[in-house]
Ligand binder design. Structure first.
Ligand code: CDP
Length: 209
């Protein structure tokens, strides 16, 4: 019984991609790549070192993923700004494809992001999911996440920043956020993380040969 070797999970911020990707990867014994962390790492370099987005992306190495500000909202916003630049996307493409085709553990790969199913791994044998949720559900999740980290965000600004990032990610011309034609859609607004995992698992088993 062989599950697909490459699983792509795309969707907007706080839709539950990361949680699902980690669980699927752990279940199958696959490696997981959060592709958003690459854009965040490039964004962090532009903010800390004053580099242009292109230079920050071209000099990207895995060590950049250790930046301590990677999960901040400031870096998230800047990530969606640098992600608009085609040269940035091009510079990060080979790293993502190498990971998908030759994952460190050699078994399989789960990649989550915005364009994994459409641009990074658009191939027919990639199993593609598009995970969405209402903006209210997503803003509430991000708000709770920030509070759990000890921050004191304003709900209205979390909501506004998410709406702004959704718009920038969906309307850009380079690799806009959208489901691949053959993606399986999962709306997580009213589902628990466990429900989402079970739904994804059923789809993976359906593709297992
Ligand atoms: O965790 P969250 O969903 O909030 O964001 P993320 O996945 O870390 O992505 C941060 C930003 O990077 C997104 O808003 C996108 O603009 C960009 N990104 C992208 O353009 N392509 C990807 N494959 C992943 C992220």
């Amino acid at each position: 019984m062989n599950a697909p070797k490459i699983i792509a999970i795309d969707g907007p911020a706080a839709a539950g991609k990361g949680t699902l990707a980690k669980r699927v990867a752990a279940h199958l014994g696959y490696d997981h790549l959060d592709t958003g962390s690459l854009y965040r790492a490039v964004a962090s370099k532009t903010l800390r070192l004053g580099l242009s987005p292109e230079d920050a992306a071209q000099s990207f190495t895995v060590a950049d993923l250790d930046a301590t500000d990677l999960r901040s909202e400031k870096v998230a916003q800047q990530a969606s700004v640098v992600a608009v630049v085609p040269a940035v996307r091009a510079a990060l493409l080979a790293f993502q494809r190498d990971f998908a085709r030759k994952p460190p553990g050699g078994t399989g790969a789960v990649l989550d992001g915005r364009d994994v199913g459409t641009v990074v791994c658009p191939w027919p044998d990639t199993l593609k999911f598009f995970v969405t949720a209402s903006i209210d559900a997503r803003a509430k999740r991000r708000y709770d996440e920030l509070r759990a980290r000890g921050e004191s965000p304003m709900y209205a600004s979390v909501f506004a920043e998410m709406a702004e990032r959704d718009k920038r990610d969906s309307q850009r011309s380079a690799a806009p956020l959208k489901p691949a034609d053959d993606a399986i859609l999962l709306d997580t607004s009213d589902l628990s993380a466990d429900d989402v995992f079970q739904a994804a698992l059923a789809a993976i088993q359906g593709k297992t040969r």
